[in-house]
Design a protein. Structure first.
Length: 328
């Protein structure tokens, strides 16, 4: 089946589940624009998951998925998704065929994030409906180590279900390129950080708008407090620069560890090296926090409503795929 038929959407554009940044308003805006929104509800209580679903449904009657992290307890959250009858579930950070089977048995459409073709094949065999192939260029937590351009055709050749390309795609040119490589749709994260609905701090947003393609940094365990052993990509900042200058020390030996550099909106402390998305009401040294970003950040230059971002990417990709832009 085609991706549009599987997800019952009009435009093959999905929002990345940017924890902290993607709340109900952003996800609903993507859905209402004809795309497929993915809301991150992992790590929350059963009541919070149910509340998040309810808040999103109050803003859209379109299909969406709930994103769950397989490296944290997810069973209760998955049960709520099934009980609430949501359309889909987006699973990432691990490969558990049993989770896919459980979600499918509960009537959910399953999107599985992978970093290589072998994982994609295992997910498809376990019953996944859609593969999200995440390239190394992606912002936030990065599961694999293969670049998007090499990954997409390898995954497309390995499975016979729709493949969504993720990582470094921020405009219609990137979407067109992904589709030419065999992808059925695209997964947009960093570009949507500059949407008017994204719930991120002004300092973070301004850094996104000013960054070049060379301003991000991949690390295995830099921002590991709260989520250890989880490679990630974020904007270079004072924290990462000092860490590099002192030899990229392992956790436990990094400069200024455990130093409080700010507070969450509820007053809880934010410490240096914490895995944390700065929200609008976060206080303190926001520049020194984990400012997640993919390498497509240089294409993000103005704040726009999420619906306009989806439409612009879609129309540009459509135009380029129709004209071919042949130089041969």
């Amino acid at each position: 089946m085609r991706l549009l038929d599987v997800l019952k959407i009009e435009k093959p554009i999905l929002s990345a589940p940017m924890a902290g940044a993607a709340g109900p308003e952003l996800v609903a805006a993507v859905c209402n624009a004809g795309g497929y929104g993915v809301i991150p509800l992992w790590g929350k209580s059963k009541d919070q998951v149910a509340c998040g679903i309810e808040e999103l449904r109050a803003l859209t009657d379109r299909n969406f998925a709930v994103n769950l992290n397989l490296s944290f307890p997810y069973e209760d959250q998955l049960d709520i998704c099934i009980a609430e009858g949501v359309h889909g579930v987006s699973l990432f950070w691990g490969m558990e065929p049993s989770a896919i089977a459980r979600a499918k048995a509960g009537g959910l459409t399953v999107l599985m994030s992978v970093g290589n073709a072998k994982e994609a094949k295992a997910a498809a065999e376990a019953g996944a409906d859609v593969i999200v192939a995440q390239g190394w260029e992606a912002g936030g937590h990065v599961w694999g180590q293969v670049s998007t351009m090499a990954l997409i055709p390898a995954v497309v050749d390995a499975v016979d279900i729709p493949v969504v390309a993720a990582g470094g795609i921020a405009d219609g040119r990137g979407m067109a390129a992904a589709m030419m490589l065999g992808a059925s749709g695209v997964w947009i994260g960093t570009r949507l950080l500059a949407s008017s609905e994204a719930t991120i701090h002004e300092v973070y947003r301004n850094r996104i708008l000013q960054a070049s393609e060379a301003d991000t940094q991949w690390a295995h365990d830099l921002y590991d407090v709260g989520w250890p052993d989880a490679p990630h990509r974020a904007l270079s900042n004072s924290t990462s620069q000092e860490w590099l200058q002192t030899g990229s020390s392992a956790p436990g030996h990094r400069p200024n560890e455990n130093e409080q550099i700010g507070r969450r909106p509820n007053g809880d402390p934010v410490v240096r090296y914490q895995s944390y998305t700065p929200l609008p009401e976060t206080s303190g040294d926001v520049e020194a926090m984990s400012l997640w970003s993919g390498q497509g950040v240089s294409l993000v230059r103005k704040v726009m409503p999420a619906a306009d971002i989806v439409e612009e990417i879609y129309q540009e990709a459509k135009k380029r795929l129709q004209t071919g832009h042949s130089v041969l």
